[in-house]
Ligand binder design. Structure first.
Ligand SMILES: N[C@@H](CCC(=O)N[C@@H](CS)C(=O)NCC(=O)O)C(=O)O
Length: 203
């Protein structure tokens, strides 16, 4: 292997896409390995934690767990705070995004009418509460979480908001985050970042 490799499903979403964006914005030449869902069962047991994304670097064992991958890329390429307390605050918000996924992700496997019931309950309680805690912890100013500069936490917040506002998550209104200005501010700033735009111009 001569260059880093990011392995994820063949879709521009979620944990894999935030790692791809981080690698692209870091300016790393990486192999973007996209797995078909049919390939996954045979691969699962070979991955470190039975999940994707997996990040491979020349001379190192495979690394999994999205936040660990993002923090590593961020630390090495100026996309994560150098101050350890500030870094921990960013990591807390990154874990908050994982809490959202842990609650909403399992509904992807449900079918209506159960899916409708569970998602409407999430939209009524869990997601607004999640958004309020996000708002409470995103500093004023911005436009990014840590101020003027995009860092890996912003990619994660962007992907979380983007998941819903496209209106493609059945039974959860596309407007679910509209009344949370800091979340929307970070989402929009990432969407408009030149590095993000250049990734989508390329893929
Ligand atoms: N805690 C892990 C969760 C990873 C995860 O659940 N990935 C999903 C895709 S977003 C996956 O691999 N699903 C297939 C499976 O669990 O078999 C992380 O943050 O990377």
């Amino acid at each position: 292997m001569t260059k880093p490799k990011l392995i994820y499903f063949d879709a521009p979403v979620s944990r894999g896409e935030e790692c791809r964006l981080a690698l692209h914005i870091a300016g790393l030449d990486f192999e973007d390995v996209r797995i078909k869902f049919e390939q996954w069962p045979a691969m699962k047991a070979q991955t470190p934690y039975g999940s994707l994304p997996v990040f491979e670097m020349p001379g190192k064992p495979a690394l999994a767990q999205t936040n660990a991958i993002l923090v590593l890329i961020g630390r090495r390429h100026g996309l994560h705070p150098k101050d350890d307390f500030e870094a921990a605050q960013h990591e807390a918000m990154m874990n908050h995004v994982e809490d959202l996924r842990a609650n909403v992700g399992p509904t992807l496997r449900l079918k209506d009418p159960e899916k409708k019931t569970v998602r409407e309950a999430l939209a009524a309680e869990f997601i607004p509460a999640w958004a309020q805690f996000a708002e409470k912890n995103i500093p004023d100013g911005g436009p990014f979480f840590g101020g003027a500069k995009l860092q890996v936490v912003d990619l994660k917040l962007h992907m979380a908001v983007r998941w819903f506002i496209g209106g493609k998550v059945d039974h959860i209104p596309a407007t679910i985050f509209s009344s949370y200005p800091k979340l929307m501010r970070v989402h929009d700033a990432v969407r408009d970042h030149p590095g993000v735009k250049s990734w989508y111009a390329k893929t």
